[in-house]
Design a protein around this ligand. Sequence first.
Ligand SMILES: Cc1cc2nc3c(=O)[nH]c(=O)nc-3n(C[C@H](O)[C@H](O)[C@H](O)COP(=O)(O)O)c2cc1C
Length: 173
Amino acid sequence: MQQIDGLALRKVLGAFPTGVTVMTTLDATGRAFGMTVNSFSSVSLNPPLILWSQSLSSRSYTAFRDAERFVVNILSEHQIRISKQFSTASDDKFRNITFRSGLGGVPIISSCAANLECVKVSAHPEGDHVVYIGRVIRLERSEHRPLVFGDGRYLVARAHEHDELSAVLPLES
Ligand SMILES: Cc1cc2nc3c(=O)[nH]c(=O)nc-3n(C[C@H](O)[C@H](O)[C@H](O)COP(=O)(O)O)c2cc1C
């Protein structure tokens, strides 16, 4: 069997660009937690389910483990600073962050491409991460374009030139 080291895996997974989210929640004392996450994905449309995975070594691990709810804040292309702030260890992650309180008081970050308020339905520990499944209970989409992350860099999303052509030319059969 081929020996797969973490660095090599991360490099290869960089060939699959993703959006960038900040997951937010509250602990039992009402303290807000947030972390940058690109392992977010859709699971099911009916019922509306999504997933993401969290490293067991995250400082906010117990907060998300014990929380009933979390919010998926899908960052927009002008929110790199927010991505960096929430991926850096700090006791003051919400400094200079504009947000409002969603259901259960969980922070909803302003000016995102989209926000999904979720109830956690299950947690599945696997390897050094835990996979959370959330049920979407409220959602909104803005006009902002999403921030993209791939090959270890921040990217912007733009329409593919061939996608523009597909509007005027029939698809090849
Ligand atoms: C673009 C990007 C995506 C990330 N995705 C994840 C992820 O899916 N899961 C995870 O556990 N950490 C992820 N991280 C790392 C966390 O954001 C980082 O470890 C953060 O400091 C964790 O916060 P905490 O220790 O306060 O909980 C990502 C970082 C970046 C920059």
